[in-house]
Design a protein around this ligand. Structure first.
Ligand code: GCU
Length: 382
């Protein structure tokens, strides 16, 4: 059931600096209109997009993730060790990044750089701590002519209730881990921009599952990121709060099990996801007009692959309106919840298309859920 237009208009986002508590927010049964401004009217011209994007991000941060930590002091990186790869493929460095106030947050980065002149585009992944990035990943990325940079987001903030990393550096900081980790991506970009082999205009951010949630947030909040690529990211990432299947996660489940990933306020929406003034298509739209691809697995039912298609289709309306329809993509593969070499290959293919200016628009025919309903009544301004 879709809401009548009048009710939807009443559910306009709060005026700047003013966010009503959940009890005061109206229920919106469809995907909220990303073109609705704080004044309750809709934006009309593309020139308004940067301001609208900022408003949408502020609202997403307020109710869901919490703000990102301050930028802090200049990031530095020290190479601890370096090894050459066989067959002249390149080299792998073990780098210690220092970020935050007086460099007090130390984060490990693996930096694998191909041989040759460069500068090279970069795949930046935050999941180094999971130990799943092995030689096969390094050699795949390097052979394609990309740098692989992987940092350990769990040193930015532990994946648990304990307050380490940025939470020790700024004891007042109240954002959730996804925001803290997104900040880790931004500080890693700061460092990468000082590495001579890096092509600073071609940095892609990625990560798996909870790592994909924060990669999407990082890409949405940093215009230096050229390609944003969450993998199997589900709830809090590319998934959809309002439209899920029987076997997928819910807002209630995620805030119960992982409250510290979010701002404390987000738990108020348990059982009331329809009061969110946004859904995850809003976060995807905030990447626009920069490139975005989500890689999904058909067997990963907990992550709601159908919901990710729905948020993709809704966000694609914003991309199309901005003249960037071919900058948003979604790639499905069979199989379970994991970040495997075929996901990485799909990302590299997408990056090649975006970086060479030969994008292949993926029309609705390629989507695995052709019958997914259009669960929004708005359309882009003329
Ligand atoms: C849990 C959680 C998911 C998350 C996943 C992961 O399953 O419910 O939301 O994506 O962990 O990070 O692996």
């Amino acid at each position: 059931m879709l809401m009548p237009a009048l009710l939807l208009a009443c559910a306009a986002m709060a005026s700047p600096g003013e966010y009503p508590p959940v009890e005061k927010l109206h229920a919106i049964s469809e995907l909220p209109d990303p073109f609705l401004s704080s004044r309750g009217s809709r934006i009309e011209s593309r020139r308004e997009w940067p301001t609208q994007r900022k408003r949408l991000l502020d609202t997403l941060l307020h109710y869901q993730y919490g703000s990102l930590p301050p930028e802090g002091d200049r990031v530095s990186g020290r190479t601890i060790s370096r090894r050459d790869l066989p067959d002249g493929l390149g080299n792998v460095r073990d780098v210690r990044l220092r970020m935050g106030p007086k460099g007090s947050v130390e984060v490990r980065m693996l930096l694998a750089i191909p041989s040759g002149a460069g500068p090279f585009p970069v795949i930046l992944d935050g999941d180094l701590g999971w130990g799943r990035l092995g030689d096969a990943h390094i050699s795949l990325v390097l052979r394609r002519g990309y740098i692989l940079a992987a940092f350990n987001r769990e040193e930015v903030g532990a994946d648990g209730p304990e307050r380490t990393g940025v939470y020790r550096a700024w004891p007042e900081y109240d954002g959730g881990r996804l925001s803290a980790w997104a900040w880790g991506f931004h500080r890693s970009v700061d460092y990468l921009l000082t590495v001579p082999e890096v092509d600073g205009n071609r940095i892609a951010v990625t990560g798996h599952s909870r790592g994909g949630k924060c990669a999407l947030l990082a890409g949405a909040t940093d215009e230096r990121v050229a390609v944003t690529a969450p993998n199997n990211s589900g709830y809090g990432g590319a998934g959809c709060y309002r439209f899920h299947d029987d076997r997928s996660e819910t807002l209630e489940a995620i805030v119960r099990q992982f409250p510290y990933w979010f701002h404390a306020r987000f738990a108020d929406f348990a059982g009331r996801a329809d009061r969110l003034p946004f859904d995850q298509h809003t976060l995807k739209a905030c990447v626009a007009p920069r490139s975005l691809v989500s890689t999904e697995a058909l067997g990963d039912l907990w992550a709601n692959p159908r919901g990710s298609q729905i948020t993709y289709q809704a966000a694609a309306e914003v991309y199309a309106w901005l003249g960037a329809r071919d900058r948003i993509g979604i790639r499905y593969r069979p199989g379970p919840h994991e970040h495997n070499l075929s996901d990485l290959t799909a990302l590299l293919d997408f990056c090649d298309e975006q970086f060479t200016g030969r994008p292949s628009a993926d029309g609705p025919a390629a989507l695995p859920f052709p019958d997914a309903p259009r669960v929004w009544s708005w359309s882009a301004p003329k």
